[in-house]
Structures are given as C-alpha cells and as structure tokens.
Write a protein that binds this ligand. Structure first.
Ligand code: ARG
Length: 499
C-alpha cells in the first residue's frame, strides 16, 4: 500500500512505477534519511507533538534500520518510489502505525529530500576540498624541489620565454586555490537546513526548526519555506564549482599529455599511470590524462543538464526536481576519481631536466631579454628594439643559426650601430639568468615563486583547518543525535538529554 493511497481507487501502472522510481540514486541517501528522521522525530517529541513513548518506538525502528542497512539487508523497494517512503514504511512496519504513522507529522518529502541531499552534498564537498588540497600540496612539493629547473614557457603552444618548472607547477596550485574557495562557497550555501519548510508553506504544528538544524549539524536555516522547497541553487553552485575545478584539472592533464610526448620529452609518466597499445609495442600512452580531459566535457554536460532542469519551473516543488541528483552525484564521482588519479600521476612522474634546459636554450626564447636590455642600457625605445631584435632573428634564421652563436648576434647588432660585447650577450641570452631577472611581482624568478609558494602553503593550512572544523561539526551533530536517541531508548526523558 502506498502512503498516499487514500485518495486513489486504482493501482499505479507498472510502467509508471518504473518511470517515477528514484530508488537507485536514493540508495546513496539512506543513512541521511535515517538521520533526518531521527532528528525530526526527536524534535516532534521535544515539542510535545508526539509522545516520548512513540518517539522511543520510532527510534528503535530506525536503529534496526541502520543495523539492517549495515548488514546489507535493507534494500529500497522501487514500488515505494523513493528512500523517504521506504524508510517510513520500514519504521511503520516495525513500530506499528500508532507510533510509526506519526513520523511524517509536520514533514513533507519536499523538505525531506532536500535535507537528505544536503547532508550528502556537504560531505562530498568536503571530500573534494580535501582531495584538491592534497593535489595542491603535491604540486607545491614538486615546485619546491625544482625552483631552479629551467624550461620553456609557452604561448600558442609555441616556445615563448624561459620559466622554471616551479613556476609552471605552482601556477596550477594557485588556480586550484580559487577552485577550493568556490567549493567553500558552495559548502556555505549548502549547509543551511530546509527541514521544517514542509510541503511549501510551513506547518500549523509548533515545530522547532532550529533544533533539527542543530541535530543535523547545519549552520542555520533556509528560513523561507517556499524558497527552501523551490530552490536548488546550492546544487547549481556545487556542480558549477565542480565543472570549473574540472577545467583546471583538464588543463593540467593537457600539459602533462604534451610534456610527456617524445617531441617535448619534459616528463616521463610512471608505468602505473599509463597504458600500452594492443598493436604498437613501443607505446606508453597517457590515457588517464586523456580520460580526465574527456570526462571534463561530461561534467559540463551534467551542469547543463541540471541548469536546464531548474529553468522554467513554477514555484513550489515539481517532480522535475527528482532529476537534480543524478547529474550532481555523477559530477562528484567524476571529480573525486579524477583528483585521486591525477594526484598519483603528478606525484609519480619523472622530470627530464636536461631536455627541459636544452629546449629552453634552443631557438630564441631570450629575444625579449635582448630587447629589454637595449631599452635599459642603450636607451632604445621598446618598439624599435623589438624591431631590431626581430631583424636580428630573421638574419640568424636565414643563416641557419640561433642565439647560441653570440659572435653572429654581436656582428648583426654592430651593423645596426649597437655595440654589445659577445661576453655580455652570453649573459643576456642565458635562460638560467633570464629567469632570475624576471623578479617583478608574481614573475618566474625563484624569489617570487618562493614567496607565492609560502603564501599558498599558508592558504592550504588555513583551509585544512576550516575543513577539519566543518568535519568536526558534522561528527559532533551526529554524536548529539545518536546520544539523544540512545538516551531515549534507555528510558531517559528528553528534557534531560537536550538542552
Ligand atoms: N524522489 C523525489 C525527489 O527526488 C522526492 C520528493 C518527492 N516529492 C513529491 N512531492 N512527490 O525529488
């Protein structure tokens, strides 16, 4: 019998049961539904909306449900539509309708599904934050070990100017710190209790919404009942934070793919994080990084799916909203697994410093250094020195030479009435010296990169403390609910258990 069967005479069509069923995705919210139900029932009794005897029966049933769930014996029945009706039906079967039938007083599946989803989402946000912080730390330690490893920096995927490997690695750590801050924003939006909004308009029962919020570890309420049940912006914010995070990861993956080609040859990926070819024996492919890049597209699609579901809904709950959780949960799955593998891949890759340094020395990467030198030391306007260095490069290319032939460079400049000794040119055109010279705020010089690394490290420590604080708050709330429930089951009055 469906909980809502009173108004119906006919049975639900089988096809409709299958079509409306959400138990597959709801299976991820069983313990959350149990926790929300415990908090709600405790509040009902504390407010004398139900008796403490009835509360005891309800809590006993929920305790059994938890035990069955842990033992793998509690399975969601699709005929009961969703996790909420499954849990309620279980409680009613165990506690009898006289007690169990009171659990849904002053509650609707509309505020309940949001409560469950928020309990899941905040936990998963914390996991993603943790994993992102870990990747930042891996990148920073790589940077610290390579503050003087020189490599080419690129624009348009064309060698541009010498940078250090530390500069490259820390650039991603720096981007990830904004990703974490977006996730923190999503956490703050998420962690407000919708419970007590009921179907849409609140209730005539004297409920205490602040008590359930406290028992569930929320940082306050979404007060407005109609707003609470109508809105899913916490999901949109979470999923867009994940999509933007995936963008950072995908760009990092793309660099790794490029740098590990034999053409670049800057890094060698470990065997653990690569795969081979079924036909070409020599191949060692960066499939993991490629899949990450591909799955980033999937997460963008999931975000678009969610946003499209939300657009154009009239106020109040509509069943379209059942379509919110699958894309969101899948995006979390992708982000978590991507962060985990990327972390391992970055941590285990080997650097080919010799290849990096040769690539930085070849060609004309220090052209801007020379132009800047002429500006500084010879008083040439930059536009003109840019042109003169460009002409010098054109002449060298014609001769099949590059900047390593300083005598040629000296001669070409001399013809333009610019005297720079070959010895001096050697210094200007040396990529190792160029990186030190780029000491403007945030530049590639080891001093600046060192400062950035220090500030990123402090940032990570602060954020780790914050996530720890949030995790502790959740654990404490869990304990508070469990302790109150255990007290009630031991026959203690609620007034002694909650203050
Ligand atoms: N499975 C539903 C969802 O995910 C639960 C809420 C159902 N509410 C309702 N009024 N039918 O949104």
């Amino acid at each position: 019998m469906k909980p809502w069967s009173g108004r119906f005479t006919g049975e639900t069509a089988r096809s409709v049961e299958a079509y409306t069923d959400s138990t597959k995705v709801d299976a991820r919210m069983i313990l959350e539904d149990a926790w929300g139900s415990e908090a709600h029932a405790i509040m009902l009794a504390r407010q004398e909306i139900i008796s403490e005897q009835d509360l005891k029966k309800i809590l006993k049933a929920l305790k059994q449900l938890r035990r069955d769930y842990t033992a793998g014996r509690f399975k969601l029945d699709p005929a009961l539509e969703d996790v909420h009706m499954n849990v309620e039906a279980y409680v009613t079967a165990k506690a009898g309708e006289d007690a169990g039938g009171k659990l849904h007083t002053a509650r609707s599946r509309n505020d309940q599904v949001l409560t469950d989803a928020k309990l899941v989402v905040r936990k998963r946000l914390l996991t993603v934050m943790d994993l992102t912080l870990r990747l930042q730390k891996t990148l920073i330690s790589l940077a610290r070990r390579n503050s003087k490893t020189v490599m080419p920096g690129y624009t348009h995927t064309q060698a541009a100017q010498p940078i250090t490997f530390a500069f490259w690695a820390s650039s991603y750590a720096s981007a990830l710190s904004r990703d974490v801050s977006r996730l923190e924003g999503a956490y703050r939006t998420t962690n407000k209790s919708p419970l007590g909004a009921c179907a849409l308009a609140g209730t005539s029962h004297p409920i205490d919404r602040k008590l359930t919020a406290r028992l569930l570890g929320f940082d306050g309420l979404v007060e407005h009942a109609l707003d609470a049940v109508s809105s899913r912006d916490f999901m949109a914010e979470s999923l867009s934070s994940l999509a933007i995070l995936m963008n950072s990861l995908s760009r990092l993956a793309e660099d790794i793919i490029l740098f590990s080609t034999s053409e670049f040859g800057f890094i060698t990926l470990s065997d653990e994080y690569t795969t081979g070819s079924s036909i070409m024996p020599q191949k060692k492919n960066p499939d993991v990084a490629e899949l990450l890049r591909g799955r980033t597209g999937r997460v963008y699609g999931l975000l678009f799916s969610l946003l499209s579901t939300l657009k154009g809904l009239s106020s109040g709950y509509s069943r379209d909203l059942q379509e919110d959780k699958p894309p969101l949960f899948e995006a979390f799955d992708v982000a978590e697994s991507s962060l985990a593998v990327l972390n391992g891949m970055v941590d285990s890759m080997k650097l080919n410093k010799k290849k990096m340094s040769e690539s930085a020395a070849a060609g004309f990467l220090c052209a801007t250094e020379l132009a800047d030198y002429l500006v500084r030391e010879k008083g040439v306007p930059f536009r003109k020195s840019h042109r003169m260095v460009g002409q010098t490069i054109k002449a060298l290319i014609k001769k099949g030479q590059d900047f390593s032939d300083v005598a040629q460079v000296e001669a070409i400049l001399k013809a333009k009435k610019i005297e720079v000794a070959a010895k001096q040119l050697e210094k200007i055109l040396n990529p190792n010296k160029a990186v030190y010279a780029h000491s403007s705020l945030g530049g590639t010089s080891p001093r600046e990169v060192g400062k950035i690394i220090t500030s990123l490290k402090n940032d990570i420590i602060r954020r780790e403390q914050r996530t720890r604080k949030w995790e502790n708050k959740i654990a404490l709330a869990q304990k508070m609910t469990a302790r109150a429930a255990a007290g009630v089951l031991a026959g203690k009055p609620l007034s002694k258990l909650l203050h």
